[in-house]
Write a protein that binds this ligand. Structure first.
Ligand code: URA
Length: 248
């Protein structure tokens, strides 16, 4: 999948906002708006250099992950469905900017446990935003080890939100995310209002997710090379949840 780069200029945000406005108006054709947005700033590269390093201890890992979450949160909020261009008057002229969504129009849903820190990062910026949780784990007893839903608690009015952020740091095979998106759709959320946010994506997971749900958006910190035989992302960063919560 061709990815849109974020962080270089306002152009990416403006293109996203234009797409967002179209999506909000109901035109959800397979356009540029559904290409993944990828962080490509020097800031994200520096933070990734710490969290990807295998010798980084949990405290430093979670601190730098939280800082990276900050970049992902801002990029996501600027490209949510429903964000529209807005010109503001500065003391010296006009600035072509964007009108962000208020917290009441957004819901954040984390895939437990790894997505919880990322969901908290959204809560810090979007004060009062409703947060839901989904627990999905691989069913080792099933033949195909399919992703099984164990728990879900969603905001009651989630179907009427203008945007629903689904937070899961590692997009590996895409199995859990496809299952989680199914939970949101069953709750009445429109596919084109869902934004999947993650730290690292594998091409295999991106392809699976986009094939199953072509109209949702994806914001990711990086697209890596591949999955290994254990379905870990290469080069990736290892097990995100274990490193973030210190259960290594
Ligand atoms: N989950 C992780 O935490 N890391 C991977 O590389 C893949 C899935």
């Amino acid at each position: 999948a061709k990815a849109r780069a974020a962080g270089a200029a306002g152009a990416a945000g403006a293109a996203g906002a234009a797409g967002a406005a179209g999506a909000a108006a109901g035109s959800v054709a397979k356009t540029e708006a559904q290409e993944p947005v990828v962080l490509r700033s020097a800031a994200s590269r520096a933070l990734f250099s710490v969290i990807r390093a295998e010798g980084t201890a949990p405290a430093e890992f979670s601190e730098h992950s939280d800082r990276l979450f900050g970049l992902l949160v801002e990029e996501t909020l600027a490209t949510l469905p429903g964000v529209v261009p807005k010109t503001v008057r500065t003391p010296c002229g006009d600035y072509d900017g964007l009108a962000p969504l208020p917290a009441k129009d957004v819901a954040v849903v984390s895939i437990m446990r790894a997505g919880d820190g990322l969901a908290e990062a959204f809560r810090r910026v979007l004060r009062g935003v409703a947060v839901g949780r989904i627990l999905i784990q691989r069913d080792e007893a099933s033949v195909d080890k399919r992703a099984k839903l164990y728990y879900s608690k969603l905001p009651k009015d989630i179907a009427s939100k203008k945007a629903v952020v689904l937070a899961d740091p590692m997009l590996a095979t895409g199995g859990s995310l496809v299952r989680a998106v199914g939970v949101l759709l069953a709750a009445g959320v429109r596919e084109d209002r869902i934004v999947v946010v993650n730290v690292v994506s594998a091409p295999e997971g991106l392809a699976t997710l986009r094939r199953a749900h072509p109209d949702l958006r994806i914001v990711t910190g990086a697209v890596d090379a591949k999955l290994n035989e254990q379905r870990y992302i290469v080069p990736g960063l290892g097990d995100f949840g274990d490193r973030y919560y210190g259960t290594v």
